[in-house]
Design a protein around this ligand. Structure first.
Ligand SMILES: Cc1cc2nc3c(=O)[nH]c(=O)nc-3n(C[C@H](O)[C@H](O)[C@H](O)COP(=O)(O)OP(=O)(O)OC[C@H]3O[C@@H](n4cnc5c(N)ncnc54)[C@H](O)[C@@H]3O)c2cc1C
Length: 394
């Protein structure tokens, strides 16, 4: 792709100059000159030019035939042989996508001594491709990139999903690069454009201020990563039968540039928000750090974990591992208390899939009430101690 000015047609009138959002156009010797190095080919100058003197050359991309790529795939990540929860969450969403597209859902599990592979079938996979080999135990990326790329090239799925875990974020883009296709990272929503049969991949952008829906119309497969706990995990269905297909590890084809010397678990994080069934979160409405004790007391009465919106973390009232939201944790508990939290989109991004949300806020118009299952309008300093006391009395 490129942009050029037809100097025969250009009159040097300058109407293109203000149209360029990046100020890349100069008029020199009565002709427009575009600084192509900074140009993203948005076409605003072309649209502004009444003399049709600006041309953008498009590279013709071969769109794959609609039936060449079929099926929705989920990369089922494991560590030390245990399949991660995000794999089941993605299969639950993947089942919906596959049913909409009237195609099959497959899981790919790569590792060593992986347990409970049949659970992937019970969570919706029609086929599970398993590559199990001692050489895959250390989970260095190169063999995973090579093997997933090989399987995708062979079977041609139209959609491939992976968890936005540290491993997924690192190895999955390398697979996309090998396949020369697009990848949308950290999606918070996935659905199908039924007319065009495209995956609509929604994620926060511009610092979380807007949600962008991204499509990949010209390349296959369409690839996306999704943060753990973004989608609800369906209950397993033992009646959903599927195939387990064992594939030999193609060791000779893998050139590994890395070697695992040691693995040191991160013990710094003691707050187990991810696994909590009940979370009690406090926000800026608490006013000062000491008041977080109200949240801790209620959490202790309920046997719950303590969460927070971002301002108390920024103010140093509570540490970062407690933060729920776009730049904190994504959680999906059975019960979530939002106390003195307004319900900004960045907070909702981390908790809105909770089964039941109870909001306590003195502003009846606070956006949190739009997602709350139950809303209590009133002063948290009166309501929370009353709740804690009555729970303690049992
Ligand atoms: C890039 C980016 C990333 C972000 N990431 C996150 C994130 O991960 N998590 C997050 O939470 N935010 C995040 N934010 C910040 C987010 O935009 C909001 O500013 C934040 O969530 C607001 O926190 P809050 O609801 O505690 O405070 P506020 O919006 O100030 O709300 C306080 C609420 O308390 C209520 N209140 C006050 N006094 C009382 C009382 N006595 N009784 C009852 N209610 C009372 C008020 O009515 C109000 O609704 C991010 C922002 C950006 C730009």
């Amino acid at each position: 792709m490129g942009i050029r000015v037809d100097t025969e047609k250009c009159t040097g009138c300058g109407t293109c100059q203000p149209a360029c959002p990046f100020g890349l156009i100069d008029i020199i010797d009565e002709k427009a000159r575009i600084n192509v190095a900074g140009c993203n080919l948005c076409g605003a100058c072309k649209d502004a030019c009444v003399y049709e003197a600006i041309e953008i050359e498009q590279t013709v991309v071969q769109v794959p035939a609609s039936d060449e790529y079929r099926g929705v795939w989920v990369f089922a990540e494991q560590r030390n042989g245990e399949i991660k929860g995000v794999a089941y969450e993605l299969l639950s969403k993947g089942r919906e996508l596959a049913d909409t597209l009237k195609t099959e859902l497959c899981a790919v599990c790569i590792g060593y001594n992986v347990k409970d592979v049949a659970q992937l079938n019970a969570h919706g996979a029609d086929k599970v491709y398993v590559i199990d080999d001692p050489a895959l135990a250390s989970q260095t990326e190169d063999p995973y990139v090579a093997e997933l790329t090989r399987l995708i090239r062979e079977h041609k799925p139209e959609i491939v999903l992976a968890g936005a875990t540290p491993f997924g974020r690192s190895f999955f883009p390398r697979v996309a690069a090998q396949l020369k296709t697009g990848l949308t990272a950290d999606c918070t929503g996935l659905d199908i454009d039924t007319e065009k049969k495209l995956l609509r991949q929604t994620r926060p952008t511009f610092g979380g201020n807007i949600m962008a829906t991204i499509i990949c119309p010209l390349k296959r497969p369409q690839m996306a990563t999704v943060r753990p706990r973004t989608f609800r995990r369906n209950a397993p269905d033992a009646n959903h039968k599927g195939q387990i297909i064992k594939i030999d590890f193609n060791k000779s084809a893998v050139i590994s540039k890395t070697r695992l010397l040691n693995f040191v678990a991160d013990m710094s994080e003691k707050v187990k928000l991810d696994d909590a069934d009940i979370i009690v979160s406090g926000g800026r409405g608490l006013g000062k750090p000491e008041n977080f004790q109200l949240i801790r007391d209620l959490a202790s009465a309920l046997g719950a974990a303590v969460g927070s919106s971002r301002p108390p973390v920024d103010e140093g009232w509570i540490s970062y591992p407690h933060q729920v939201g776009q730049t904190g944790k994504t959680v999906c508990p059975k019960l979530y208390f939002a106390i003195g939290i307004s319900g900004a989109v960045q907070h909702l991004a981390g908790m809105q899939t909770a089964d039941c949300i109870i909001a306590i806020n003195d502003d009846p118009d606070a956006p949190i009430f739009q997602v709350a299952t139950y809303g209590i309008v009133g002063d948290l300093f009166k309501i929370v101690p009353m709740l804690t006391e009555s729970l303690k009395k049992g």
